[in-house]
Ligand binder design. Structure first.
Ligand code: NDP
Length: 303
């Protein structure tokens, strides 16, 4: 059965934020503590500035404390590491996020490694990656976590189950592809990770009951790569130029050819308003989780 249900990530993210706001309000009333997220941005990258602004607004909107530390791109790596060290030791700070990409003279691996794993709300620290790999409680990267939430919801709405399904993930980055594979393995899926050296990619994709595209190429996954009845999660965010009667315009598209794929898929995330809105909502989720774990409080159900 393939009926191209559209997975509404924007609506799901809104509901998630409402649930998180309630948890924050309950925790604050019970313990007099407010979770605090600090976002550090180095330099003036325009896209990063927009993301950081949005993170701050959404953090405050659910009742958490948000601090943004803006540093010039002349900041040295040693100065940034010193700041991270201070934030690690500040007990009022529950989550630390250093916005990527960093200026070229800094090693993002080194900076991420310097963040305390317990405050690493991006879930990029090697300790959190290791915890996920061995199935221990930890902080999971936001985009794959949000993707899994949407997938689980779509599967449940179809009275279906994840266990035993063949999931194909196109992309093997540390922030999306690999953690997504671990999450689906933990859900008892049979997981294939495809990448730029994969042979016969179209055939591999056609085997998928669950197809996750995290490639970074506009409309790369073709409609006829999607098996009838598959669940399709499109993580891609690509800005392209299109011609309109009013002249060239820019448009955001995913890594899947949505119009062609939706006729095959049982359920599919659109771009925009699919996985995208889940990323910041999951950052708030992770901040709340980090706060609970740091204060030895039970992590609320679903967080
Ligand atoms: P990366 O560039 O780090 O990884 C891309 C992956 O795709 C690599 O593993 C690469 O393979 C693989 N790939 C590239 N070309 C091909 C090809 N021709 N055939 C098969 N595989 C290929 O990207 P990210 O994981 O960071 O991001 C992926 C997408 O998700 C992007 O569009 C990005 O904008 C989006 N994104 C969206 C987020 C959100 O909030 N929704 C957050 C993060 C990312 P190889 O390893 O062999 O090079």
């Amino acid at each position: 059965m393939s009926n191209g249900q559209i997975i509404d990530g924007a609506a799901y993210a809104e509901q998630l934020r409402q649930r998180l706001a309630q948890h924050v309000s309950d925790l604050t009333a019970a313990h007099g503590l407010v979770p605090c997220l600090v976002v550090v941005i180095v330099g003036e990258d325009p896209a990063s500035q927009i993301y950081v602004k949005s993170k701050g607004e959404q953090t405050r909107a659910i009742g958490m404390e948000s601090r943004t530390i803006r540093l010039p791109d002349t900041t040295s790596e040693a100065e940034l590491l010193h700041l991270v060290d201070e934030l690690n030791r500040d007990t009022a700070v529950n989550g630390i996020l250093v916005q990527l990409p960093l200026p070229k003279h800094m090693s993002s691996l080194k900076v991420i490694d310097a963040i305390s794993a317990d405050k690493d709300v991006d879930g990029f620290h090697v300790v959190n990656a290791g915890r996920l790999a061995v199935g221990l409680e930890g902080i999971v990267p936001c985009t794959p976590l949000g993707s899994l939430m949407l997938l689980k919801d779509a599967v449940a709405k179809n009275n279906d189950t994840l266990a035993g399904k063949h999931a194909v993930i196109v992309g093997r980055s540390n922030i999306v592809g690999k953690p997504m594979a671990q999450l689906l393995l933990n859900q008892d899926c049979t997981v294939t990770i495809a990448h730029s050296k994969t042979r016969n990619l179209a055939e591999v994709c056609r085997e998928a009951d669950i197809l996750v595209a995290a490639v970074g190429r506009p409309r790369f996954v073709q409609g006829d790569w999607v098996k009838d009845g598959a669940y399709v999660i499109d993580v891609g965010i690509n800005r392209i130029q299109i011609d309109t009667p009013e002249g060239p315009k820019s448009k955001v598209v995913g890594d899947v050819d949505f119009d062609a794929a939706k006729d095959h898929a049982r359920a599919i995330t659109p771009v925009p308003k699919g996985v995208g809105p889940m990323t910041i909502a999951c950052l708030l989720n992770n901040t709340l989780k980090a706060f609970c774990l740091q204060n030895s409080l039970p992590v609320p159900d679903g967080v």
